[in-house]
Design a protein around this ligand. Structure first.
Ligand code: AMP
Length: 188
C-alpha cells in the first residue's frame, strides 16, 4: 500500500506518518525532512535550497521529483511508502502518478489533515521551542500556510475526482486522529 498524507505546516503530518509507518510497516518519505537533511549535511543541493526553505517557499518540482524517485524505484520500499509533504501542487500530483506507474505501483489512499490557521500558529510556536527549525516562526509559518493553501487546492480536486481523498479532522487529539486514520486504512 502507498499512501499520501497532506495538510498545512503544523497539521501533524509528521506525527501521524510515524504512527502509520509503525503500525502498518510502511516507510515515511518526508520530502521536508529529506530537504532539511541536505541543508544540515551542507551538500551542494542543501546550499542551493536553504534560503528558499528558510523563507517558506517551495523548492522546484524537479529537485523534489528526483529525491522521491530514488525511493519509488527502490524495491525495498515498493508499495510501502507514505508520501509526507508530497505532492504540494498539481504538477507534483501528476508526476507522482506517472512515477508510480513507471514502477508498477499506485496510490491507495490520500489523507488530508484539516487544521485552522489559529491552531497552526499555536503548534508552530510549540514545535519551534522543541525542534528549532529555521522555518518555524510566526511570520514564516503564515507564509508557509498561505503557500500551502494556494498550491494545494487543485491537488485536493485531483484526488477528489479519483475518489482516493479522505478528510480527517486534525484539530482533535493525536490518539483520536490515530484511530480515525487506522480505521480508514483498514477499510481499504
Ligand atoms: P515540510 O516539512 O513538509 O513542512 O516542508 C518544509 C519545507 O520543505 C517546505 O516549506 C518547502 O520549502 C520544502 N518542501 C517540502 N516538500 C516539498 C515539495 N513537495 N515541493 C516543494 N518544496 C517542498
Amino acid at each position: 500500500m502507498n499512501l499520501v498524507i497532506f495538510g498545512p505546516p503544523g497539521a501533524g503530518k509528521g506525527t501521524q506518518s510515524k504512527f502509520i509507518a509503525k503500525k502498518f510497516n510502511l516507510y515515511q518519505l518526508s520530502t521536508g525532512e529529506l530537504l532539511r537533511n541536505e541543508i544540515k549535511n551542507k551538500t551542494e543541493l542543501g546550499l542551493k535550497i536553504s534560503s528558499l526553505i528558510n523563507s517558506g517557499e517551495l523548492v522546484s518540482d524537479l529537485i523534489v521529483s528526483d529525491l522521491i524517485e530514488k525511493f519509488i524505484s527502490n524495491v525495498t520500499y515498493k508499495n510501502r511508502l507514505i508520501f509526507d509533504g508530497y505532492p504540494r501542487n498539481l504538477n507534483q500530483a501528476e508526476n507522482l502518478e506517472n512515477l508510480l506507474k513507471k514502477y508498477d505501483q499506485k496510490i491507495d489512499i490520500v489523507l488530508k489533515l484539516s487544521v485552522s490557521l489559529d491552531t497552526i500558529k499555536k503548534r508552530i510556536l510549540e514545535r519551534q521551542a522543541q525542534e528549532k527549525r529555521a522555518d518555524d516562526n510566526q511570520e514564516i509559518a503564515i507564509k508557509r500556510y498561505n503557500t500551502y493553501e494556494k498550491s494545494i487546492e487543485p491537488v485536493i480536486d485531483y484526488y477528489k475526482q479519483s475518489k482516493l481523498l479522505k478528510v480527517v479532522d486534525g484539530e482533535t487529539s493525536i490518539v483520536k486522529i490515530n484511530g480515525e486514520i487506522s480505521d480508514l486504512i483498514e477499510a481499504i
